[in-house]
Write a protein that binds this ligand. Structure first.
Ligand code: ZN
Length: 592
């Protein structure tokens, strides 16, 4: 009863909006087919019952697939938060939960109906099927290139953003015939639908997901009313307005200025889910709290950035003294994540916003998830180290080292050559190295992170234990990265670190196949390797980079064997959020 009434209200609201929007050039003349607007609500006359769907089929190994993800509770220290900020936290979580539902539809419009069937399913492996559906936000295995694990519907590149069978050619042909539709169709904040007559039309997110975005905005406004932090209030208010206007610019700017104990990232951001064009943004949320101790350490490292640039092991003329645009970094603990930010393999850091207008005006901000990193350290890095490192080096493995390597990797992206001169003309490393830029820049940041920690430790700016813990922790991290695809470009960047350091004698393999760092040779070898990467970048040397990766980027049989011993280590974690469940309990989908 309740569901039907709610549906009626939503239908009327959607119909009203559609009419109001008709004055615009690209709004549909009728309400979308997805919502039953325009027809009377089916209260009195029951519709003819459709034929029952075929029984669900679930892949037999679904339990093993779920087991790849180690269930791990993530919590934050919120004891110091005043009641006002706890309330803001709780309301932000409540808003985020609604975005889980938006994202489920964005992945595939058939998902909500299928989710109901999965919840009702009581065949073999029912619990695992439900869990894996939740992990993947749909019936396709994201670790296996979107192979279906429930049913046999192929994954549509169009996701839930376009009609599932729409081709690129049809889309472009429509725009060629209707150039006035171009902006609305290519917008990051609209879906494309098709009428029975075959005509295409666009519908902004604020209408397509109104039934969820309106209550989400309401929660954000309540959070804004609760907080006593002005920067958070401004972000939450402007973001709530954006949910209903599809204009995210002002709230993206407000997000850059956030300086609050509760740090919220919520909205439509990344476009990877749109496999057709990469235009459409997916909703996600990261509700986090600041870690004051980590933030103050970070501030100290940032003050060292000019010194770190001058300390690079390359000739003076290649150092980048005016790479001024320093982008803010925050270190936080995750309390709840939602949607695109929670699917399958978990993010440990993100860099937003993506809107180039905001980037030009304000830069971008990097956020590191401290408790997510710790979870991955405990569940993945430690077991990998136990299977690959010599026993006497295992006691030196340390989370502090792992965390600082990630942090200084991120800082390292801002050091070294960026804009360069090649053959007398101004250019950029990225443009010269093309598809090899990303693997070489990531490898550079890995090695520079280690180099900088060792340098800052010697300078008395970091604890001296890191001199012992960073090398073996870094080595274990190489196995972690090499685990996925040593044969593609990114894997080659990882393998090149490994092989170069082994050639220099800084990494050795014992008779039992276990690896060790040779500490006496490690710092000098790291310096040489860093010099190699930085000079390839400084010269914009595409051919040299290609040759370097061809020489060092191939995994040896011994390395392949070591990676082969990692098959029983979890691929990733499945985060659980007990604090969120207390602060803002989940509403079961049926109750909406
Ligand atoms: Zn990186």
């Amino acid at each position: 009863m309740r569901t039907t009434r709610l549906l009626t209200v939503i239908s009327l609201a959607l119909a009203g909006l559609a009419i109001a929007a008709c004055a615009g050039s690209t709004a549909p003349a009728t309400a979308p087919a997805a919502a039953p607007a325009g027809t009377p609500a089916p209260v009195a006359t029951p519709e003819p019952t459709p034929p029952p769907p075929p029984p669900l089929t679930v892949v037999p190994d679904v339990e093993a697939r779920v087991a790849q993800f180690a269930r791990t509770p993530l919590t934050a220290d919120i004891s110091a938060l005043p009641a006002s900020e706890k309330k803001a936290l709780a309301e932000s979580i409540a808003a985020s939960r609604l975005l889980d539902e938006v994202y489920l539809r964005q992945v595939w419009t058939g998902n909500p109906a299928l989710r109901d069937r999965v919840l009702a399913y009581d065949g073999p492996n029912a619990a695992a099927a439900r869990e894996y559906f939740a992990i993947n936000f749909g019936p396709w295995d994201r670790l296996k290139g979107f192979e279906p694990f429930i049913g046999d519907t192929p994954h549509p590149d169009a996701a839930g953003f376009y009609p599932p069978d729409l081709t690129k050619e049809q889309f472009e042909a429509w725009l060629a015939a209707h150039p006035g539709d171009t902006n609305a169709f290519r917008s990051g904040f609209s879906v494309i639908r098709r009428r029975d007559s075959g005509e295409l039309y666009s519908l902004p997110y604020s209408q397509e997901y109104l039934d969820l975005l309106r209550p989400a905005a309401e929660h954000l406004r309540k959070a804004a009313a609760a907080t006593s932090n002005e920067s958070l209030r401004r972000f939450l208010r402007t973001r709530a307005a954006a949910f209903l206007s599809d204009d995210y610019y002002e709230s993206d700017v407000a997000w850059m200025d956030l300086d609050a104990p509760v740090e919220v990232t919520i909205g439509p951001y990344e476009t990877y889910e749109d496999g057709l064009f990469g235009y459409k943004t997916a909703f996600e949320a990261y509700v986090t709290v600041d870690i004051p101790a980590e933030s103050s350490k970070l501030a100290a490292y940032k003050a060292e950035l000019p010194w770190l640039e001058s300390n690079l092991p390359i000739p003076e003329e290649h150092k980048n003294k005016n790479r001024g645009s320093e982008s803010p970094i925050r270190v936080v603990d995750l309390v709840y994540s939602a949607g695109d930010g929670k699917k399958a393999v978990q993010t440990v850091a993100f860099n937003l916003p993506n809107d180039e207008r905001v980037r030009e005006a304000k830069g971008s901000k990097k956020v590191l998830l401290h408790n997510m990193l710790r979870a991955k350290y405990e569940q993945i890095l430690r077991p990998i180290a136990a299977r690959t490192l010599a026993a006497d080096q295992l006691p030196h493995l340390a989370f502090e080292a792992f965390f600082n390597e990630v942090l200084h990797h991120e800082l390292g992206h801002g050091l070294g050559p960026g804009r360069i001169k090649k053959d007398g003309k101004d250019t950029e490393v990225r443009l010269e190295l093309q598809e090899l830029f990303s693997p070489i820049e990531e490898a550079k940041a890995d090695v520079l992170g280690v180099y900088d920690i060792l340098a800052l430790t010697k300078r008395g700016k970091m604890p001296k234990e890191l001199l012992d813990t960073v090398p073996p922790t870094y080595l274990a991290g190489l196995f972690r990265s090499a685990r996925f695809g040593v044969h593609e470009a990114h894997g080659q960047g990882v393998v090149s670190q490994f092989n170069f350091l082994q050639e220099q004698g800084a990494i050795a393999v014992d008779a039992d196949g276990k690896y060790r760092v040779v500490e006496a040779k490690f710092p000098e070898a790291i310096k040489k390797l860093l010099n190699a990467y930085l000079m390839l970048e400084a010269r914009g040397d595409y051919a040299g980079t290609k040759a370097f990766l061809a020489k060092y980027g191939v995994a040896t049989p011994a390395l392949e064997a070591a990676i082969g011993r990692l098959t029983d280590v979890p691929v990733d974690i499945r985060p659980l959020f007990p604090q969120a469940d207390e602060l803002a309990p989940e509403i079961v989908p049926d109750a909406r």
